[in-house]
Design a protein around this ligand. Structure first.
Ligand code: ADP
Length: 503
């Protein structure tokens, strides 16, 4: 209503500011009206006689209503003077005329005072509305630039407002959905999930399924907050379209699966090489002994003991070859994706055979320093073995060309009661060109390196809610360290492990 007087657009009414209260125009109009009335009263004085002041009443009220207190005061003064003069024609005694004029002035002053109060209220209301309009405009401008959709509903779920981003997400225009139920933005039945089991949705965040105008459904995160407005309880519903987030997560998972596949194919290939190399020795020994046995038999110059010895040595070597095959096959197939309490030392000792083979080829020395007490962690044995073999292989490759070739593998309990495993070497340390992206796929300085080993290693540690990093080793090369929570301390540590930054 105040917009009527300010000329501002408020509740949709555009008003005329020509007669705004307190303006010169309003006062001129008050004076003009009063003069007009005085002239009319003069002309009609025989008709009105003693009631001349009554004529002034509507003018006075009109001036007060449209022109404000000053106009009313001006009109009072003018009309009182005119009335006093016009009364001379009625033949009343002077004292009585002054009395009538005084009553008119008092009434006029009362109207003026009333006008003041009314106008003060109107101005305050106008300012309030202008203020609100400004805030609404600011809020609206803010809401339009955020990517999340914002929908305002009443307690019954009826949409009160629908932001531009909501229009983009759902495909409906505000005009189409305001006044209808929020449930039309979800597939049938899903709205029950929004209100939960009758709990107050205020402050809740839920992952639900949304429905666009086209009927297409999509995953969305819905945050609900309650607000009070004009005695009503409203809900602001912030909707985040998770379509792209989930697609990215899916892609990430696919990439990881691909990486894991490539890596395991890669490491199986390496195992096959080791296997071929290792089996070569016992099998050629078997062949030699059997050839010797055949020669002895052919020449029949045998002494019984020699034949038995040759054949039993051949048998021993065949058993050794079989053991090598069994160990490798066992390593590749036992265990699985299940994490369960395992001794870290035992896990490492099961692969020392492979590490020894790799180290022997590189003429490297391997030193173990494994924690002797309780070292039980919740782990997938095969995954942790892949991790250790991978770190050891990298270390051995790094030291291969250096005169001092040492690899240390140690475990101990750190200050946070976690098990810290360190695989460190006397090599050159990490090349600065890869140090920043060491744990990312395809970071490699080797001519035929795939740059996948450390990326998979970090994924394995992450799977175990642990942390992996690299630091300079006291042996001169790189020290790869990772921590795993001890089996008993899992709950206590999970919060910390999740919060740490992986390098
Ligand atoms: P790849 O061995 O196929 O290159 P990795 O992920 O196993 O992939 O390793 C990435 C890179 O990290 C290696 O190319 C190498 O430059 C560096 N690196 C890894 N371990 C060591 C180490 N112990 N000493 C020095 N550099 C290392």
């Amino acid at each position: 209503m105040a917009g009527l007087w300010t000329g501002k657009r408020t509740t949709g009414v555009v008003t005329n500011s020509a007669l705004a209260p307190g303006t010169v125009r309003a006062h001129v109009l008050a004076v003009g009206l009063s003069a007009l009335l005085a002239a009319a009263a003069y002309a009609l004085r025989p008709v009105f006689g003693h009631s001349v002041y009554l004529l002034g009443a509507p003018v006075l009220l009109a001036c007060a209503w449209f022109g404000g207190p000053l106009s009313a005061a001006l009109a009072t003064a003018l009309l009182a003077a005119a009335g006093l003069w016009l009364d001379t024609f009625t033949g009343l005694p002077l004292a009585e005329r002054i009395g009538r004029a005084a009553v008119f002035v008092i009434t006029g002053l009362a109207v003026t005072a009333g006008a003041r109060v009314v106008f003060a209220q109107r101005r305050a209301a106008a300012e309030l509305i202008a203020d609100q309009a400004e805030r609404e405009a600011l809020l609206q401008a803010g809401l339009e630039i955020v990517a999340d959709a914002l929908v305002l509903t009443d307690e019954g779920g009826v949409i009160q407002s629908f932001s531009e981003s909501a229009e983009r997400v759902f495909g409906w225009t505000a005009a189409e959905v305001v006044g209808t139920s929020f449930s039309r933005l979800m597939p049938p039945g899903e709205d029950a999930a929004l209100t939960g089991d009758g709990d107050d949705p205020d402050g809740s965040t839920r992952q639900l399924t949304g429905r666009r105008r086209t009927g297409e459904t999509f995953p969305m995160e819905v945050r609900v907050g309650a607000v009070r407005s004009g005695g009503r309880r409203l809900f602001t519903i912030v909707v985040r379209d998770l379509t792209s987030v989930q697609a990215a997560e899916r892609r990430n998972e696919e990439l990881r699966a691909q990486l894991a596949h490539v890596w395991s194919a890669h490491s199986m290939g390496e195992m096959a090489q080791v296997l071929a190399h290792e089996l070569n020795q016992p099998l050629s020994a078997v062949a030699n002994y059997l050839r010797a046995a055949r020669n002895m038999i052919a020449k029949m110059e045998l002494r019984n003991d020699d034949l038995v010895d040759a054949v039993s040595r051949a048998g021993d070597q065949a058993v050794r070859a079989g053991e090598i095959i069994r160990t490798l096959r066992d390593l590749a197939t036992r265990g699985g994706a299940l994490q369960k309490p395992e001794s870290l030392g035992a896990i490492i000792r099961e692969v020392d055979f492979i590490i020894a083979l790799m180290a022997r080829d590189a003429h490297a020395r391997v030193v173990y320093d494994l924690h002797k007490g309780d070292d039980v962690v919740i782990a997938d044995r095969i995954q942790i073995q892949q991790l250790i073999v991978n770190l050891a292989r990298n270390a051995i490759e790094a030291i291969a060309k250096y005169p001092r070739r040492q690899l240390n593998i140690s475990t101990h309990v750190d200050s946070r009661n976690q098990i810290l495993t360190t695989v460190e070497d006397s090599g050159p340390g990490i090349d600065p060109s890869v140090v920043d992206r060491l744990f990312q796929p395809l970071a490699s300085t080797k001519p035929e390196g795939m740059g996948l080993g450390l990326s998979i290693s970090s994924a394995i540690v992450e799977n175990h809610r642990g942390r992996i990093w690299v630091e300079p080793s006291r042996l001169g090369g790189a020290a790869f360290c990772f921590v795993l929570a001890r089996a008993g301390a899992d709950d206590e540590l999970s919060g910390r492990a999740d919060g740490v930054r992986r390098r």
